[in-house]
Design a protein around this ligand. Structure first.
Ligand SMILES: NC(=O)c1ccc[n+]([C@@H]2O[C@H](COP(=O)([O-])OP(=O)(O)OC[C@H]3O[C@@H](n4cnc5c(N)ncnc54)[C@H](O)[C@@H]3O)[C@@H](O)[C@H]2O)c1
Length: 345
């Protein structure tokens, strides 16, 4: 694409879409020209904040505009397939919110369509653009932590409860994309249980176990019914352990030199309490930036220079394959369900 302003259209102006309008409006080389939502109130909200952005009700009016090069789709997941298909068929590049769609068949069809139309199909896997997660990725790749033995993630809060998805589709999508990025591919199998504690027909709490590579286990606890907002990920390696805490905005990562101490004999409760692990705790300096903005810039670089991103094409298909396997496992009370090997392609 030659070096002129890239025209962006944003579809879906609910809780999340306006953030895309904001970050693309701040990016050099891009201009948000139009935004769409079925809701008049949401259109009014965005047009009051961004007076240069046209607002329309019908997403089709975004896809047919000649000044729109790329479309961000931030509508509920069940609409993603039809939306993204229409945008790709209209010749637009697409940044599609997670999960890219609600079935593996749809995900594969979208991927094939993007190939056929030679358009970019990027996924909104925003945590891969988080500096803390990138630090973990770089450390694992460089062997700084040793071999990864297991990973454990918690993502809980009291709500917000989605009406269009269960807690796995809403929250565990982030953990699955992070694990995929850190372990370098999809799990071999998943096992998950969930509960419907809030009286809806969707799981609001879930415990998901995934197995990667030879023997690395990963576990995610996701919940809409928890008094605390927690977003943590612990990686236990043979050399070091690392904790990422997204609720610590200034110092989100701590690296623990491991060294399990030999169990001493102690004579008092005080000694027992003071028994420490061996080694230092390091807080790395990170270049913290808003992940959504970093993701938007990666999308724009992809369109202008072709630089591949870490969340496009088959990356989204692997997420949908995992979600399908997790759904099946939850229906079968935690049975291990294999993730199809061909989603690695
Ligand atoms: N990456 C993240 O961290 C993150 C965070 C929140 C949401 N999301 C994703 O973003 C998407 C939207 O989530 P949300 O929380 O904003 O949902 P939401 O329900 O708050 O908003 C969705 C909006 O889409 C509009 N809409 C629905 N169908 C439409 C159509 N056919 N044409 C035009 N507008 C339509 C609705 O009117 C609504 O305003 C979901 O896929 C969700 O998973 C991602």
């Amino acid at each position: 694409m030659e070096s002129r302003m890239i025209g962006i259209g944003v579809v879906g102006l609910g809780h999340w879409g306006p953030n895309h309008v904001r970050v693309f409006s701040q990016c050099a080389g891009a201009r948000v020209v139009v935004a769409a939502d079925l809701s008049e109130a949401r259109r009014r909200h965005v047009s009051q904040l961004y007076r240069d952005v046209a607002v329309v009700a019908d997403a089709g009016d975004v896809f047919t505009r000649g000044d729109v090069d790329a479309v961000v789709i931030a509508t509920p997941a069940r609409t993603h397939f039809a939306m993204a298909r229409a945008a790709l068929e209209a010749g637009k590049h697409v940044l599609l919110e997670k999960p890219m769609c609600t079935s593996l068949a749809e995900a594969r069809a979208l991927l094939a369509l993007a190939d056929r139309t030679e358009r970019v199909l990027m996924h909104g896997h925003v945590f891969l653009y988080n500096e803390g997660i990138r630090y973990l990725h770089a450390g694992i790749a460089a062997g700084t932590f040793g071999a990864v033995q297991y990973a454990h993630a918690t993502r809980t809060n009291l709500g917000p409860i989605r009406r269009d998805a269960n807690v796995v589709e809403d929250l565990a999508t982030h953990e699955i994309t992070i694990f995929d990025y850190l372990f370098g591919g999809p799990p071999n199998w998943v096992s998950a249980v969930g509960s419907r504690l809030l009286g809806t027909d969707r799981e609001d709490v879930s415990f998901v176990t995934l197995q990667y590579g030879e023997s690395s286990l990963a576990h995610a606890h996701v919940s809409w019914l928890n008094p605390q907002k927690v977003r943590t990920l612990t990686i236990v390696g043979t050399q070091r352990m690392v904790v990422w805490n997204d609720m610590e905005p200034l110092e989100p990562v701590r690296v623990f030199d491991k060294g399990l101490m030999e169990e001493p004999y102690y004579d008092s409760f005080g000694e027992f309490q003071l028994r420490l692990r061996d080694g230092d705790i390091v807080i790395p300096k990170l270049n913290l930036q808003e992940p959504l903005r970093v993701q938007a810039e990666a999308f724009l670089r992809r369109l202008t220079s072709g630089e591949r991103t870490i969340s496009e094409g088959a990356d989204g298909v692997r997420l949908v394959a995992c979600l399908e396997a997790i759904e099946q496992s939850m229906r079968e009370e935690g049975r291990r369900v294999a993730v199809p090997a061909e989603v690695c392609l």
